[in-house]
Design a binder for this molecule. Structure first.
Ligand code: IMP
Length: 415
């Protein structure tokens, strides 16, 4: 059996949580393949709220095994804190010994560098994601498996501190001494040692035994390190290809790919966003859609559905089906716009060029509708909403198979 995959098609925060949470209820294995605790969503079960950042959504399904893959950068401190919400995780949660460690100095570097960049700052979450991936790629990082020998790891990190001392000094970062570091790493080992294993072998075994595997993407396609709005991106491969390297599986192991997109568009942090609306409509979407970050609380920038970027994302990820989220947030608008092309260097184009800076959106207008909230059948949607969805489907190049009409798990149209 192949593994099904859920990925974000925009700039993250597409509402993946609702779909992943639903699919995780019937999965045997749920895997995260990239990113770190920059991601986040909230799940409510039996009136209790759970905030998930690194732990896969299958943790709320008592029968599922959850895997944090090798492509993730893991902050043991934040992961251990996140685990406090769950009573019994024994035998249900594993971390790849090849995942990279994100340690407090990575967050310090992230914040210090952002500050130095001034108005060129990326607007990162400040969690240390870029510096942790940077260390991985420049081959000076440390992996989760090394936590099992804290003394050796302490010596290796002290050596790293010694080599990079001038950089830490220039950034005014105070580093822990050897004893403090050893204590910290030993405490991580004690808390996590039973979870650290070769998760690639586990996923292979699950595939061989025809288990129902769900792979949960983090962030969104437009934040992908290669294909997003570089340099205003995150530092990982967020598209479906990242699931292969981030778990250790082949493209042949991927089954259905569901792409998640909101019925409008948002982004947090800096960088180009061609269909951003800085006027009343943007504010309407922010308030009505509660568009404030779950990880950092920052207000999200809001705008119209970008069909050009979505088509790009559909192709990059090999999307079989789109889940269109938060349709009801558009209820009550007289006019709804969709970005159907860009003006780039004096020309009209319908693809995503290497940069979206200075790109102007070309819009098509749609008539609004008054109420889609809570509707559970496609046929019962207002005519204008149906026209809008069919147009997005045509423009994006993939079937819109799922439509969400409220945060409630049941208010979902399956076409
Ligand atoms: P970093 O991942 O913290 O380095 O941040 C880089 C960019 O990605 C910033 O614009 C962040 O706001 C954005 N970003 C990172 N994670 C998420 C996410 O889960 N949702 C939305 N944006 C994100």
């Amino acid at each position: 059996m192949k593994a099904d995959l859920v990925v974000g098609l925009q700039w993250g925060d597409e509402g993946k949580g609702k779909i992943v949470d639903h699919l995780a209820q019937r999965a045997d294995v749920v895997c995260r393949f990239g990113g770190g605790h920059n991601a986040g969503h909230t799940i409510v079960v039996d009136g209790k709220k759970y905030a998930l950042h690194l732990v896969p959504s299958g943790i709320l399904n008592k029968k599922a095994i959850n895997i944090v893959g090798n492509g993730v950068v893991l902050s043991p401190k934040d992961f251990i804190k996140e685990l406090e919400q769950f009573e019994d995780i024994k035998g249900r949660l594993y971390i790849s010994d090849k995942a990279h460690l994100l340690l407090p100095y990575h967050a310090q570097i992230d914040k210090a560098k952002e500050k130095l960049k001034g108005d060129k700052a990326i607007g990162t979450t400040g969690k240390g994601i870029g510096p942790a991936y940077g260390d991985k790629i420049t081959r000076v990082g440390h992996r989760v498996g090394e936590l099992l020998n804290p003394k050796k790891l302490t010596n290796d990190i002290m050596e790293y501190f010694r080599i990079y001392k001038p950089i830490f000094e220039a950034l005014q970062i105070e580093l822990p001494n050897k004893d403090e570091l050893l204590d910290e790493l030993t405490s991580y080992k004690e808390a996590l040692k039973d979870l650290i294993t070769d998760t690639t072998l586990m996923v292979w075994e699950a595939l061989d035994n025809s288990k129902n595997i769900l792979i949960e993407g983090a962030q969104g396609t437009m934040l992908d390190i290669d294909h997003g709005t570089y340099p205003y991106v995150t530092s990982s491969t967020t598209i479906s290809a990242g699931a292969c390297s981030g778990l250790g599986i082949s493209p042949k192991n991927i089954g259905k790919t569901i792409g998640i997109a909101k019925a409008y568009c948002t982004r947090v942090g800096n960088g180009p966003f061609p269909s951003e609306d800085l006027g009343e409509a943007g504010e309407y979407l922010r308030q009505k859609g509660h568009e404030f970050g779950t990880t950092t609380g920052r207000p999200r920038r809001c705008g119209w559905f970008d069909a050009v970027a979505t088509r790009h994302a559909v192709r990059l990820n090999g999307v079989d089906e789109i889940a269109l989220m938060k349709l009801d947030v558009l209820d009550g608008l007289d006019e709804i716009k969709v970005c159907v092309g860009y003006e780039f260097e004096g020309k009209k184009i319908n693809y995503v060029p290497y940069t979206l800076e200075n790109v102007k959106p070309i819009y098509k207008s749609f008539k609004g509708w008054s109420k889609s909230k809570g509707i559970r059948e496609f046929e019962k949607l207002p005519l204008e909403a149906k026209d809008y969805i069919l147009a997005l489907e045509e423009l994006s190049g993939a079937k819109i198979g799922i439509i969400s009409t409220s945060p409630d798990r049941e208010d979902t149209i399956i076409r």
